[in-house]
Each structure stands twice: as C-alpha cells, then as structure tokens.
Design a binder for this molecule. Structure first.
Ligand code: PLP
Length: 478
C-alpha cells in the first residue's frame, strides 16, 4: 500500500477496506479528531438552551465551536448559524433571504441562480416559484461550467428593484468548476442585492474566507470535510434580511429553531478547523494524484472526454480532488455498477426518471451532448485516497468501458432493462416531489429562449434552454 494522503492534519479515522473509494465528494470519512470530539460530547447530557450547569456546559461547547468555525472561515461568531447540513443551510438561504427581502419590498421576486447549482439550491428556488410567486432566472454557464457574469450584470441592470437574491456556488459538485465568486459579488453589490454562495464542496479544498469573499451568506456542510453528516452551517451577515424557515424555540438568532446537536457541532468545528489548517498541503497532494488519474484514464479509455476545466492547463479553475469524464456510448449507471463489481466506487452524473437514466443538468447546461452526458462518471479523491486506488480504477476501466458501451449499443429498450436490472426498490433512488409540485417537471423552457413565466411556473430562462434542471427520481451526485 502506498502512502495515504491521510498523513496530514485531520487524518481520517481507520475504516474497513471498502475497495477503491473514489466518491469523497459524496461523503468522506470522519477524521479521528472529529470522531473523538463527537464521542466525548455524546457522553454528556445537556440541552444548550437549559439554564442549569449541564445546559450551560453544552452551551459553552456550542459557543466555542461557533468561534472555531468563524475563525476558520473568516466570519464573526455571530454570523454562524448551525444547521442540520448543507441542504438545510441552502434552503434557509434561498427561502429566508427571499422572504426577508420581499417583506421589505414586495417587488423583489426574482431569484438569480446559476444553471449548475446543486438541487439543494435549485429546488427551494423552484419551490418558491411554485408556491410564493418567485421568478427563477437560470444564469447560463460556458462549456466548462463557469457562470456567465455578463448575463448576471445585464439581469441586475434590467431588474435592480425586483431581484431578491443571487445564488452561485463556490465550486461545482459534479465537474469541480470553480466559480468567479468575487465577480458575482462585485456585480451585485452596487444594487445592494445579497449574494449566497454554496461552498459545500469548496471548504477544505480551496481558501474560503467569508469576509474577504464579500458574500452575504455562505453554506458549509460537515460530512464533506471530515465531520459528521447532518450538521453544517449558514454563515450570514447580521444585516442580511433572513426569515426563519424552521419555527419553534428560537435558537440560532431565531432563524433556525431546534435543539442544538452538541456532539455533532463540536465534531463539525474540529473538522472545519483541521480541514482549513491542512488545506494547502492536502490540496497539492490530492491534485497531483488527480492529475495522474486523468492522464491514465485518457490512456486506458481513449474515448473518454474530460468534463469541466482541464487542470493540466487551468489548475486554478477546478477543485483539486475532482475528475469527471463522459464515456460516449456507455450509460453512467452501467459504468458505475461494473466498476463497483471491480471494487471501485465512483459516482454517476445521471439521474433516473421512471427507471430511465437522464443526463445531468450540469452537463447539459455546459452544452455536453445528451448522449455523451449519459455516460458520465465522477471520480473524487479524499484524505484516504492512495495511488493504489488509482491503479485499481485503471486496471478495471478498459473492460468496464467496453462492456458498458456494448450494453449501451444493445440497449434498445433501456428503460425496461434498467428497471429490471436494478429495480427501483433497492437501488437507493430518492423520489423527487410529484410533478405537480416540482416546477422543473412541466416542460416550460421554450427552446426559442422566451420567458416561460407565462406558464405560471415562474421560470425565466436565460439563453441556455438546455440548462433547465430535470426532475428525477434519483439524486445527482452529492
Ligand atoms: N451543496 C452541494 C454543492 C453539495 O455537493 C451538497 C452535497 O450533497 C449539498 C449542497 C448538500 O449538503 P448536505 O449533504 O450536507 O445536505
């Protein structure tokens, strides 16, 4: 076994051999230090809202953790709102800012989001379109997945009074593209329009400083950086109009009620601290491993197309731990299951609708042809990744691609075959909301680029009609 990347700060807790795990962007192991913090605080009873000594001890742990998270991410402690993960923080940002801004001025109904956002941002925005009179503007991206800031500027100039917020992610979870967050903030600032940034994939890989970024709100999640799943935070400026999504006991500045999960928060803070402290060395090592992976995938599968920025020419435009390929002629989930049988775990870029694989909204927004987009695979590295993992992938890949392409050619009745092979009951599919409530289901994007808000779904397409995110019964890569 070659040296593990885990030798840096924030070493992961040892876990049973799971083969070559190349899906760290979905979730990555807890670090030993985070696990120890979790175990220590799980032994203590105490509700952080209680006034007795056990409660005060729990409160102290929460406030110390808040300070650690704030210090690590360039925020003030009072700007840290603990949540139950990235999805909740994104929902709080999109819904809370929308409601808060609209309460100040009822004209503010437009939500500007990049077409490649995670569903944790897209779906609340579309939910608001379906339920609260919002209009969602999908900002187009270029062939590498970078948001078009000129379109954003034009949108803002045309609608300075009726825009509620802008949301653009720091780095994309599928293709690893790093967004021009500073330019987005600069574009919105003259109008006083708040910017939310989903930094779930960025923290621990890139330098993320909330104050320096100029963003008004920023999402971070525990289980992507060595902390537990089900805990995260929204960093939010104190002057940001932000309405509550969860109502109850009034915890977390009154915008996020619910008893605080003290062990998870303590472990999260330790993981954030160590991920940020060890980031530069970790990023350099994982990037070198990833660059080798890309070279070798091209050798092993000459048809493979790298999606997103090429780190060999533009390393600063892509997350260091991310590689993503389209394998034309193959289905992503065939590739995934064949690789899994060979002990290699990766993530497909497709989603399933009624058992039929659908290409990722991210790839379509980038202009990747639908056929190629169907055969997408993401390989994401992490602290436990080794050269052995890459060797294992490369050893399996030629045969896996050949078999998946043969299956793709033979598959005249894809839907029936996929359902029969994998079965909806045990393939981990997550049902999406019903078409009547999920605004991305009805076909409302007009291919001529005209506004579809007349259909009542509130979607205002920008010039990339293919960018419309599809509804699915299976999640896109986390
Ligand atoms: N945003 C991005 C970019 C993600 O990759 C994820 C992960 O799935 C999320 C949000 C959701 O975070 P969580 O899994 O903590 O709910």
């Amino acid at each position: 076994m070659t040296a593990s990347l885990a030798e840096s700060a924030g070493a992961p807790a040892p876990s049973p051999d799971t083969g070559a795990y190349l899906d760290h962007a979905a979730t990555t192991p807890m670090t030993s230090a985070a696990l120890a913090a979790f175990a220590e605080h799980a032994r203590h009873t105490g509700n952080a809202s209680s006034l007795h000594s056990a409660g005060r001890a729990a409160r102290r742990t929460v406030e110390e953790s808040r300070e650690v998270v704030a210090r690590s991410l360039g925020a003030r402690p009072s700007e840290v709102i603990f949540t139950a993960g990235g999805t909740e923080a994104d929902n709080l940002a999109i819904k809370g800012i929308f409601w808060g801004r609209r309460a100040q001025d009822k004209r503010r109904t437009r939500i500007l989001v990049s077409a490649v956002e995670h569903h944790a941002v897209l779906d609340p925005a579309f939910w608001l379109a379906g339920h609260a009179g919002a209009q969602v503007v999908l900002l187009p991206v270029d062939a590498e997945g970078r948001v078009d800031v000129d379109t954003l500027r034009a949108e803002l100039a045309d609608h300075p009074q009726d825009t509620a917020l802008v949301s653009v992610m720091w780095a994309n979870n599928e293709v690893g593209t790093i967004q021009p967050v500073r330019d987005v903030v600069r574009a919105a600032r003259p109008y006083g329009i708040p910017v939310h940034v989903d930094a779930v994939q960025a923290v621990g890989q890139l330098e993320v400083d909330f104050a320096a970024s100029g963003a008004d709100a920023l999402t971070v999640s525990g289980h992507k950086l060595g902390g537990p799943a089900g805990v995260g935070a929204l960093l939010a400026r104190r002057d940001l109009p932000l309405d509550a999504v969860l109502h109850g006991g009034g915890q977390e500045r009154g915008v996020r009620s619910g008893t605080l999960d003290v062990p998870a928060i303590a472990a999260f803070a330790v993981a954030v601290r160590d991920a940020v402290a060890g980031r530069a060395a970790y990023a350099a090592r994982v990037a070198a491993l990833r660059d080798g992976l890309i070279e070798r995938v091209h050798d092993a599968a000459p048809d493979a197309v790298l999606c997103g920025p090429d780190p060999r020419t533009d390393p600063e435009l892509r997350l260091p731990a991310n590689a993503h390929f389209a394998f034309p002629g193959a289905e992503g989930d065939s590739l995934l299951y064949l690789l899994d049988s060979a002990g290699v775990q990766a993530s497909t870029g497709s989603a399933c609708q009624a058992g039929i694989p659908q290409p990722s909204h991210v790839l379509l927004a980038m202009g990747v042809a639908e056929d190629a987009a169907r055969g997408a695979l993401r390989f994401s590295l992490g602290p436990t990744s080794t050269a052995d993992d890459v060797d294992r992938l490369i050893a399996a890949l030629p045969q896996v691609v050949e078999r998946a392409q043969a299956a793709g050619l033979a598959g005249t009745n894809r839907g029936a075959r996929k359902t029969a092979e994998h079965g909806p009951a045990n393939d981990g599919l997550v049902p999406r909301p019903s078409p009547s409530t999920h605004p991305s289901s009805p076909p409302a994007v007009h291919s001529d680029g005209s506004s579809s808000s007349a259909t009542g779904d509130g979607l205002v397409p920008r010039p990339s009609p293919s960018a419309r995110p599809s509804s699915s019964s299976k999640e896109h890569p986390a």
